[in-house]
Ligand binder design. Structure first.
Ligand code: SF4
Length: 103
């Protein structure tokens, strides 16, 4: 279990082109939504509970911020570099966000 994390990530759906490159590179962190845009997620196998930041069960966009598993930092950075929409936003871990989430 890679519960430790130093980074968080979210996608700006306004800029997402819907090509799915991010999920091809890091399928544990990115997932396609029914409307053809991509969102971030936290996997139960890594964080104990699956959360998909799709705007339904959890917020999307700038408020839908997922923890990046420490062992996947390189692949998430690669996804951000390859993203044609330049819409994968990587930020430092923010304890306040987790507190808001009740974690
Ligand atoms: S790589 Fe970027 S533009 Fe492509 S689906 Fe993922 S977030 Fe959207």
């Amino acid at each position: 279990m890679a519960e430790e994390t130093t980074l968080m990530v979210w996608i700006d759906q306004d800029l997402c082109t819907g090509d799915g490159i991010c999920e091809e590179i890091a399928p544990d962190v990115f997932v396609g939504r029914d409307d053809g845009l991509w969102v971030v997620k936290e996997e139960a196998s890594i964080f104990g509970k699956t959360i998909i930041f799709d705007g339904n069960e959890a917020p999307d966009g700038a408020r839908g911020v997922a923890r990046v598993p420490d062992d996947q930092v390189d692949t998430v950075v690669e996804a951000a570099e390859e993203c044609p929409g330049e819409c994968i936003m990587i930020e430092p871990y923010d304890a306040a966000i987790m507190a808001e989430r009740g974690a």
